[in-house]
Design a protein around this ligand. Structure first.
Ligand code: IPM
Ligand code: MN
Length: 346
């Protein structure tokens, strides 16, 4: 598209700081004839304190009209746990049917990781984004008594599993290694596990060029650390994907580099791009936050909107910049943003 109508949700903690740098890089990389228009949305802890609102229908309705959403981080210690997570972040993912939660992991140069020097690590987790234990299906009986019973029922629909599995196969078929690993726990979670495994087997028959593999989630955590090069595309449910992608970030250079896209592949709703990390209230305002994860999320945004050359340019700039970073002299958030913007500028 020759224009980008972007909604921006800076959010809480370091969110506004990293988003500012993400936008700086986005502005610098876009060809002059692509018009970028941004609209900021005041959502998060401050809004909740002021009005008691998390994500009113009016905001949701306006957000729906944009081409994409860039989100910084949500969550603050002054707000009860879960209020903003459920009422804002997860509400956006569910309302905009972000069924593909895309979380790539690459081993960047010169990063502090237990895997430094290992063979190339380049895999992507396709985390289901709208079902699983995240739907809030459950309840509690005799709450607060010694006889309390709490349930949290994971929802897995044939429709929901098949569409994310298909997306993962498409991604695997387009990559050089052409390998798809299903991660689940079908030796214990037999009902959902059966649906996931059967779906991968059935859809996989349509992709003979893609090798498929299955791992229990506990075994997968071992291989993330001992043999990460065995992974190419991983498809998994919402909760396993949440946990695995934090681990993936930790072993490939830290949560400061992990990008994500909450994607609605049908294009019915705007997709949303955000760093995997949280609002880090402990370092908010200190200028210490690394905006790189947000900048890499901007690359995913560019790719999603069809600006492949610009996306690659941003990723190459990050790779080159990391290679030259000196851990002994840490840069500020703004310095890193400036350095990346300079590298992508044409
Ligand atoms: C993430 C976060 C969220 C999730 C939380 C904040 C609800 O951990 O984006 O990974 O669990 O999906
Ligand atoms: Mn998470």
């Amino acid at each position: 598209a020759r224009s980008i109508d972007l909604a921006v949700i800076p959010g809480d903690g370091i969110g506004p700081e990293v988003v500012a740098e993400g936008l700086k890089v986005l502005t610098a990389v876009l060809p002059r004839d692509v018009k970028l228009e941004t609209t900021a949305y005041d959502l998060g802890a401050a809004r909740w304190h002021a009005t008691g609102e998390t994500l009113p229908d009016a905001d949701l309705g306006r957000l729906k009209g944009h081409d994409a959403i860039l989100l910084g981080a949500i969550g603050d210690p002054s707000v009860p746990s879960g209020v903003l997570e459920r009422g804002l972040l997860l509400k956006l993912r569910f309302a905009f049917d972000h069924y593909v939660n895309l979380r790539p992991s690459r081993l960047f140069p010169n990063t502090a990781t237990p895997l430094a020097g290992r063979p190339d690590i380049d895999f992507v987790v396709v985390r289901e984004g709208t079902e699983g234990p995240y739907v809030g299906n459950g309840g509690s009986m005799r709450t607060g008594t010694p006889a309390e019973v709490a349930t949290e029922v994971s929802i897995n629909t044939a429709y929901g599993v098949e569409r994310v599995v298909r997306d993962a196969f498409e991604r695997a078929a387009a990559r050089p290694a052409r390998k798809l690993t299903l991660v689940h726990k079908n030796n214990v979670l037999v009902h959902a596990g059966h649906l996931w495994k059967n779906t991968v087997d059935r859809v996989g028959a349509e992709y003979p060029q893609v090798t498929t593999d299955y791992l229990h989630v506990d075994a997968a955590t071992i291989f993330f650390v001992t043999q990460p090069e065995r992974f190419d595309v991983i498809v998994t449910d919402n909760l396993f994907g949440d946990i695995l992608t934090d681990l993936a970030a930790a072993v490939t250079g830290g949560i400061g580099l992990a990008a994500s896209g909450n994607i609605n592949p049908t294009g019915t709703y705007p997709s949303m791009f955000e760093p995997v990390h949280g609002s880090a209230p402990d370092i908010a305002g200190t200028g210490k936050a690394d905006p790189t994860a947000t900048v890499l999320s901007v690359a995913l945004l560019l790719r999603h909107l069809g600006h492949e050359a610009e996306a690659a340019r941003v990723e190459d700039a990050v790779t080159a910049d990391l290679a030259e970073r000196d851990a002994a002299t840490p840069r500020t958030t703004v310095e890193t943003g400036d350095a990346l913007a300079r590298r992508v500028a044409r």
